[in-house]
Design a binder for this molecule. Sequence first.
Ligand SMILES: *Cc1c(COP(=O)(O)O)cnc(C)c1O
Length: 393
Amino acid sequence: MSISKSFSKKNIENCHFSTLSIHAGCEPDPVTGSILTPIYQTATYVQEAIGQHKGYTYSRSSNPTVSALEKRLGLMEQVETAVCFATGMAATTTLFLSLLKSGDHIICSDVVYGGTVRLIEQVLKKFGVSASFVDTSQLENIKKTLQKNTQLIFIETPANPTLKLTDIAKVADIAHENNIPLVVDNTFLTAALQKPFELGADIVLYSTTKYIDGHNATVGGALLAKNPELTEKFYFNRNAVGSIQSPFDAWLILQGVKTLELRLLKHSENALSVAHFLENHSQVAAVTYPGLSNFSQSELANKQHINHGGMLTFEVTGGYEQAVRFMNSVKLCALAENLGAVETIITHPASMTHVPIPKEQRLAIGIADGLIRLSVGLENANDIIADLNQAFV
Ligand SMILES: *Cc1c(COP(=O)(O)O)cnc(C)c1O
């Protein structure tokens, strides 16, 4: 059988984001014409002769299904390729192992995903890396905290779960004046709604578990870098550590990501409707959503977001007790510790995700007893609102 590359008529280089999310990295299978990249469920690859192979040797190093997803996620953000991992935390771990050594210091946003804090405080510190957690929404805090041995600035914006924003472009300027790479955890908005590279970031990190998969089907992570030398380091360390994504998970994400932009725009629309409903409810003390005009960083939100995504928080007037009652009363919303999927997911940080954090510290970073986090899904917004409404009584 002689099949050449010209079998594919696609020329997607100059296409738009949603087209890339459907087509990039994926050619008709040269053997069968299958429109979807197959799941290459294999450990190894037979070599024709010593030194003669088709680019794959062992599935801890690389795998064709994972490569297809990496190519797609990369092209969606105008870089050569992404590097995909078994989980978001595996991506974060590999990032740190690739760029840091004993004696180094990092600056990290004070409100970030809990697993990131745990990795830095309870794992990385043992290896002699120190960290400062600062409110990166205030630029002076970053400048004040810079040390001679600072090797990385890590920000998450919007932050989990307070939705506090950090100005990516301004932090990038500070990082570059000091020759330090800036990493943005872009899990909450994804490149459909926020483009960190265009704002000056050097590395973008994802938990693909959330919006990129979008269907609660997999856990996964990805790292993207502007500089190909960094990408090479991520590949090297991923192989050394053994943190690659599985081909089946990559395949599921290849399907999920096709609707990324469409979903994020609808998530945003639904979240705004839900936010308006909550704003007007007598048992709600406050609603935080970057798309509301009373959002404290509205100007920055409109500057760096294309739209504001599906995550919002609200505080019930009855504190901890009412929040727990509310959580136990919802029917359509799933009480769970995930976000970013088509299903609406509801979380009560004080009794769920943030239990390990001492109460004083939790309150200090803005996580009140009655605070509820909602990952607004793609159900009809009226059905989500009806479910929330019945949970108040
Ligand atoms: C979930 C999450 C992570 C960790 O990803 P996993 O896939 O759960 O390992 C990192 N950052 C953010 C913002 C997240 O929401």
